[in-house]
Structure formats: C-alpha cells, structure tokens
Design a protein around this ligand. Structure first.
Ligand SMILES: [Ca+2]
Length: 328
C-alpha cells in the first residue's frame, strides 16, 4: 500500500524559498541527479532553492538619468524632471491646454472675481489663459480678497492616483509688492497625461508633412456632407483623441460644428467610429473660429489612416486639426 499524502519527503516541508514550487524527482529519472527534488522558481528569484533575488536594475531599465531601485520581480525608476513614466521615457512638458482651450471654462475656478468699469467687465478665472486678447483678458481676484487662489481641474487624472486639481494660492502676503494696480494672472500648466498616449501626433508642429495631410488649415472646395480630410500617419498608431479648430478667412469666420471620423489600416477599407448604440458617432466640433475643441476616442483607434468627415459647419468647411495618440 502506497501512502501519498502527509508523509515527510523531499518536498515536505518545502525546501524552496520565496514561494518556489518543489517537484519530487522520481527514482527512474534520478540518474546522476543527487537531490530528490528541484525547485521551480517564480520569475523574480533564481538559484537552487529560489534564494537569489534577481536584480531587475541590472539591465539598466531607467532612461534619461533615472535612478533604478530593485524590487521584488520589478524595478522602480526615480526620474529627474521633466521625465516621467515607468522607465523615465516620457518627457512631460506638454502645455496642458489653458492657452489652447483644451481645459474648458467649467474646469477653472477661483476664490473671487474682480469687476471693473461699473461692474460690466468681469475678470473671471476662465480668462487666465496665456496670450488672451481683448479688453478683459486675464483673471483678477476681488480687491478685498486677502488670500486669492485659482484652481484647475484635470478631469480623469484622479483615476490614475495622481492629483486631479492644481491650486495656486497665496501669491504673496504683501500684495502691494507683487500686484500692481490689482492682481491679474494668466497662466499655462506644463505637464503631460500619465496614461502616456495623448501626445500630439505632429500635425500642428508639422512632424506630419503636408504630403501626408492636404494642408494645415483646410477649406473644402464644396459645402456638403461628402467632404473629408485624410491624414496618413505613416504607420499604424494608437489614437486617443482629436483637437479641432476653425479659422478666419478675410474676416469670414468658418468652423466645423460637428463631424464624423473614419479610420483605416490600408487606406481602402474604412470604418466609421460608432457611438455606444452602434450608430455613426457625431463628434461635437467648434463653436467659434479660435478655441481648440478636444474630443476623445473611447476606445482608442488603432489605424494608419484617419478621415474627418464634416457633418455640420458655420460658413465654409474650414478645419485645423491635431491628433492625439502614441506609437504603441
Ligand atoms: Ca528584484
């Protein structure tokens, strides 16, 4: 009678460390193996008894001057500014969208607002954007506000465990030093989205050449729903969003108020982006000729070619655009 359970043997108690699995070597297989067992080690350790920690820093995974810390089956990079990411691979210096309008008015709040010219001019927090033009062109707190602050909310950032708000406060105790004729402020925040796939694909900075896209500010020859503009990314990319902007032509304001998007791997077979009900998705476009309107692709698109199909417009069909994504 053979008893298999609860008998002390080469694997009981388990001689393998760090959760290594002990396997008994059968008599037949033993040959010149002198131990009665061997250890199957988890990936983070090695050695006869899984006793040796594998140094994940040995392959130097941290880029751009990052410092590597060896962890249990993993590594951690401490990155010097402005680099972020698992391997410090991402340069985190994008403008986060105050100036360009990617951060909407509803996402900017402040402790108070100054009114001038008999209360007609409102220096609201939504005006705290760089290079804003016009008579009232910045945020300014009320004169009685002793501790002014302005706050920007990045929707969605909290899901990643990073702070979702940035709040600038207490510019200076003695305001007469800092603020001349009232505190006013315009600002831009520099950073990046840590999911790492919403970098501008280069239409605005012309990394994508004009042969890949018809032109930077595009006006369709026709004014009907058969117009489209196509971008060839050169290779398959992951696209997570699109930014559109209208234009002004000899004083005529022109912008696309709604559009559809189709995408393709080969430039011949096209699929339209659908909404949750399976209908062709109609993206909300611009409401003026200047502000950047950002739309997300959820889920992301994986494609080489993308077409914007204007669905509704003001004036002529005129569009400037940038795609957001990455090469993964
Ligand atoms: Ca390790």
């Amino acid at each position: 009678m053979i008893v298999r359970v609860c008998v002390p043997g080469p694997c009981s108690p388990n001689p393998c460390l760090n959760d290594g699995q002990c396997e008994v070597v059968s008599e037949k297989r033993r040959g010149d193996v002198f131990s009665h067992y061997y250890c199957v080690c988890p990936p983070e350790v090695t050695g006869e008894h899984c006793e040796t920690n594998i140094n994940e820093c040995q392959v130097k995974p941290c880029q751009n001057g990052g410092t590597c810390s060896d962890l249990n089956g993993d590594f951690y990079c401490t990155c010097p500014s402005p680099y972020v990411g698992k391997s410090c691979q991402q340069r985190c210096t994008s403008r986060l969208g105050l100036e360009a309008g990617g951060i909407s008015e509803a996402h900017i709040r402040a402790s108070s607002v100054r009114y001038t010219f008999m209360g007609l001019q409102r220096w609201g927090p939504e005006l705290a954007r760089l290079n804003l033009k016009g008579l009232v062109n910045a945020w300014s707190p009320a004169p009685h506000d002793r501790e002014p602050w302005i706050q920007v909310w990045f929707s969605g950032a909290g899901r990643l465990g990073y702070s979702e708000f940035v709040k600038l406060l207490k510019f200076h105790q003695n305001r007469s030093v800092v603020c001349r004729r009232g505190c006013t402020l315009r600002l831009e925040l520099i950073g990046c989205e840590l999911n790492g796939c919403s970098e501008p694909m280069g239409l605005r900075s012309r990394l994508i050449s004009d042969s890949q896209i018809s032109t930077n500010a595009w006006t369709a020859a026709g004014t009907d729903q058969n117009q489209w503009i196509q971008v060839d990314l050169g290779a398959s990319k992951k696209l997570t969003g699109i930014i559109t902007q209208g234009a002004k032509d000899f004083g005529h304001i022109q912008f696309v108020t709604a559009f559809k998007v189709s995408y393709s791997q080969n430039g011949r077979d096209w699929s339209l982006v659908k909404d949750q009900r399976g209908q062709d998705k109609i993206f909300a476009g611009n409401t003026d000729n200047n502000v950047h309107k950002k739309n997300r692709f959820e889920p992301a698109l994986f494609c080489r070619f993308i077409r914007v199909l204007p669905w509704d417009w003001h004036g002529r069909i005129t569009l400037r655009l940038e795609l957001l994504g990455c090469s993964q």
